[in-house]
Design a protein around this ligand. Sequence first.
Ligand code: UDP
Length: 346
Amino acid sequence: MKNIVTIVGARPQFIKAAPLGMALAKVENFRHRLIHTGQHFDANMSEIFFKELGIQAPEFNLGINGKTHGVLTGRILEALDEILPQLKADMVIIYGDTDSTLAGCLSAVKMHIPVAHVEAGLRSFNRKMPEEINRVLVDHASDILLCPSVEAMSNLEKEGIISKAHIVGDVMYDMCLMASQKAGNISTILEELELKQNNYSLATIHRAENTESKETLEAVISFLKEAARNKPIILPLHPRTRIAAERFGVSLAGLTTIDPVGYFDMIQLLQHANILYTDSGGLQKESFFLQIPCVTLRGETEWVETIKAGYNRLWQTPEFLPRQKIAPYGDGHAAAKIVEVIKHTL
Ligand code: UDP
């Protein structure tokens, strides 16, 4: 029996862990266990995804959140140093680019437990982003790098770490394909908000670069308010953005703010929207998968293929590129491919 331990802590990681959890559960000699760091803790940022997506209950919830990056990373690291040996982990799986990802990676590698990084090789080349530092450190320290795209592989090649990389596709594509078929039956969000296909736009904001100062938050909110003169904008409000708006006294009047929603509601909102405005990495891809145009509220993006395909543009770039039919993120079976890589390694 091999003990596989997944470490998650933030909303996008629950969504990425769901399809891989399903695939791991099918392997007879794998015992899959889950640690939740507690980084995201509100029911609508965490628990709802476990319930809706059938993710197994965490064996441990470390309840560590808030604070600075250093304190958060350090406290998770300290807690994991005790727990990972108890779980006799044969492999640790980490996702994306958060402080939970970095702490999970460091704790495991120093105990000589092999680490598999899902969504490896992504780069914004903006070292001011906390996520970018996490990505680079984690890719260099991990043992298995699971890349969603050719572009991600080529970033790792340039950094001299291609030998431990595998191209598997994007687990978010797996999840989005499953959810987009079911969302219409499960979600009632359009009726609740009295929305019809194409008569509204959707937005999310949560990145540090947009919420850290009054000026940047105000700039992005004014941009959305201007756009809302055409069609109402539904803005499920991330807790960080709500707190920042209150702290800086930035008014959100003119936008339809709602609490963060579950995954099926989000997919339902997205697939019927006329356009998406976002600084989210996951949502840029989901809008591409569902062929909804996206305006990215950032100065750069890691998901460059969505721009090339003509479905995404940076907010400071006036036009979308001509549409191109490309499928850069695999075939919707990334989780199964990851399981094969893990089986082979163990
Ligand atoms: N999401 C959701 N409800 C919301 C906002 C986002 O289910 O109210 C989902 C979204 O569909 C995507 C993921 O959360 O799958 C993206 O997470 P987030 O934007 O927090 O992080 P990022 O992708 O930027 O790392």
